[in-house]
Ligand binder design. Sequence first.
Ligand code: PLZ
Length: 446
Amino acid sequence: MAETGSLPQTRHLATEIPGPLSKAAIARRNDAVSAGLGMAMPVIVKRAHDAIIEDIDGNRIIDFGAGIGVVNVGNSAPRVVKAVQDAVANFTHTNFTTVPYLEYIEVCEALNRLTPGSFKKKSILQNSGAEAVENAIKIARHYTKRAAVVVFEHAYHGRTNLTMALTAKNIPYKDGFGPFASEIYRMPLPYRFRWDGNPDTIAQDALEIVTHKIEKEIGADRVAAILIEPVIGEGGFIVPPEGFMPGLQEFATKHGIVFIADEVQSGFARTGKLFAVEHEGMTPDMIITAKGIAGGLPLAAVTARAEIMDSSHVGGLGGTYGGNPIACAAALAAIKTIEEEKLVERAAHIGKILVDTLNELKVKYPVIGDVRGRGAMVAIELVKPGTKDPNPDAMTKVIKYCQSKGVLILTAGTYGNVIRFLPPIVITDELLKDGLSVLAEGFATL
Ligand code: PLZ
C-alpha cells in the first residue's frame, strides 16, 4: 500500500518559515496556551502524510521526528485512518472495565504474541507512556511485595509524579515540581562516549558497580524492579554496551526482581527489530510500550509474565479511557502495517543510510563527536572540536538552519547537545537523503 494521501513526498518552501499564517496563529497560541509548553518548530500543521508535514502556509516539511517516535507507520497511515473511521462509527467508548470490547482483547493478544519470550504473558492498556510506566511499577511492587525501584542516569520515563522521580534530568522535567516519590535509586549508566574507564570492559565494569551498589546501598531483596530504556531516548540515544542489560536481567532474576524494559520510544520496529531488547536476544519480565503502538492515537501498554500481571486484586488496575476502542483499532492497523510493509527491515535500511551519511559528516566536521543508535533511532552528539565538551550552540544553529529550509529535526540529551533522527519508517530514500543534504548544508554554515 504505497498510498501517500494527497501530499507529494517532496520538500517545498512556499514562504519563509514561519510563514505569515503560522506567525499569526502562533501569536494566538502564545496568548491562549500555557507558557510551560515548549515548541520545537514554529509552524502550524494543516495536514501530514507519510513523512511530509504541510503547514498552513503551504510549506511541505520533511518530518525527521515522527511526533517524537510515534508515527512510525507514517503520518495518517492509510490503514490507521480507515480503522479509526470504521471504529468511531461503531462506538466511541464504553470503558473496558464496564463493558469490554474485542479491539482491546485483540491488542493484548497481539502484544502477548509479539513481545519477546515464549512464556505465558498478559497485558493491560493505558493512555500514555507515563501512565503505563506508573502501572508497571505498581504491578511489580504488588507482585514482589517490595518497594525499591532501580533506574539509571540519563533516564526518561514521563512527567507524572512517580515518573518524574524515575526520570534523571532536572531542567526541564523536574525543577520546582517536587516533592517526588520515594524509594527510587539511580545507578550509573555505561555511556560509552563519556565513560572514563576501559572501553573494552565497559559492560562488565558497569555491571559490577551497579550490582555492588544495589546489594550494599539498597539490599537486593528490597528491590521490586529494575527499569531501563533499551536505547536511552530523551537522554540522547545512548545504547548500553553489549552484555550490560543481559547481565542486569540475570542479576534481577537471581534476586526475584522484576526486570522491566521501557520500550516506549525504542519499540515497534523503530530500531530495526520489533523491540530493541531483541538486539541482545533478551526476554524481559515486563515490557512497556506506547508511542509507535497506535500510529498517532494515544495508547500505551504493560505486557508481562502472566503470574506478574495476575497478582493484583480485581479492581486494582483500571482507568476511564485506558485502551480506548478507537486507539485500539488504530493499534491493530498500525501493527498490520508494520508486518505487511516489513517496517522492521525498512528501519534497518533507513538506519544504515543515516549512520553512513552521518559518519561521513563526522569526518568532515569535528563538531560531531559521536554517531550512535540502532536502526532508525540514530543521533549525533555535538562537542567543541577536539574535546568532549558539549556544544549546545552548534546544535541550535544547525537545527534552526534545517527548520528554515523545511526540515524538522528533534534534539535530545542530558547536555542539550544531541540531534536525533526519528523519521517515520515509511520515509522514502529520496526524502531521507534530501533532508540529510540540508543537514550537511547546516554544518557547512557553522
Ligand atoms: N518512556 C522512554 O521516551 C516519552 C517525551 C516528550 P508519554 N518521551 C517523549 C515530552 O517532552 O514530554 C517517553 C519515553 C520513554 C516514557 C515516556 C513517556 O511517554 O506518552 O509522553 O507519557
